[in-house]
Design a protein around this ligand. Structure first.
Ligand SMILES: [Fe+2]
Ligand SMILES: [Fe+2]
Length: 250
């Protein structure tokens, strides 16, 4: 379709288009029959992180239902969360299939997934902070992108490398979509940039609710940390460290 059709279209149209372009198939783009089981099982650390990641991805219906209620009248946010719901499911589905294909133990069970949901906070998010939950979502997606990218770099099993590259690219897109939603809110109300800085400074990954300690890329990953800070600076025109200095002085 010609670009001019999309030029004046809503923000969600850009996200839908990016999702279309980045689409990949769980069934066809990973060669399931060519997985090298021995090579995969030789890296139990990676498989264990993969298992945690699958549990976090499985948790999206709980996490996103809260976000959908939080931003229920924001048309663009509704689309962003719908895409996240579908693609997050794909990530969970593909990771679980992979772990089962190589015979990793302990196997993920539906009962385990249900228990995680039972433990979760299902209360409404604070509606008075217009951007806080979106910042948490954006930064979680940002770190997920680096996590999957780094894991893919370390993995020796070729099909896992392929799968993780697809997932990492999706997470980059998800983080960008969240950033667009936040930028839109700041444009309408510039005061919100303070809320963004505050939320970034006190950031918690939503996956903590699913698995406790989240195996994120941040620790020791200078690039992930730097780009994390850059995202905030670009949105707010202020660095997190400068915001923290102001906070400490108050
Ligand atoms: Fe994901
Ligand atoms: Fe995501």
């Amino acid at each position: 379709m010609p670009d001019t059709i999309f030029a004046a279209s809503p923000l969600y149209s850009r996200h839908a288009r990016a999702a279309d372009r980045g689409a990949w198939s769980v069934e066809h783009d990973v060669r399931w029959l060519e997985i090298n089981r021995v090579r995969a099982l030789a890296q139990p650390d990676i498989l264990s992180k993969l298992r945690d990641a699958a549990l976090i991805e499985s948790f999206h219906p709980v996490n996103l239902s809260r976000l959908i209620r939080f931003a229920w009248d924001d048309i663009d946010a509704g689309v962003v969360f719908s895409l996240e719901m579908y693609e997050g499911f794909k990530h969970f589905h593909a990771l679980r299939l992979y772990l089962d294909a190589v015979g990793y133990e302990p196997r993920i069970t539906d009962e385990e997934l249900r228990q995680i949901r039972h433990r979760a906070d299902r209360n409404d998010l604070d509606p008075s902070d217009r951007v806080g939950p979106l910042v948490e979502f954006m930064l979680s997606e940002h770190l997920a992108a680096y996590f999957f990218r780094r894991l893919g770099e370390q993995a020796l099993e070729p099909q896992l490398r392929v799968l993780l590259a697809f997932i990492a690219a999706d997470e980059v897109r998800h983080a960008q979509a969240a950033a667009d939603l936040i930028a839109q809110r700041i444009a309408a109300n510039p005061e919100l940039s303070h809320n963004v800085l505050r939320a970034a400074a006190h950031f918690h990954h939503y996956g903590e609710q699913a698995v406790g300690q989240v195996p994120i890329a941040m620790e020791g990953d200078d690039v992930a940390i730097r780009t994390f800070a850059t995202r905030i600076e670009r949105l707010c025109g202020m660095r997190i460290v400068d915001h923290l200095k102001v906070e400490l002085e108050l």
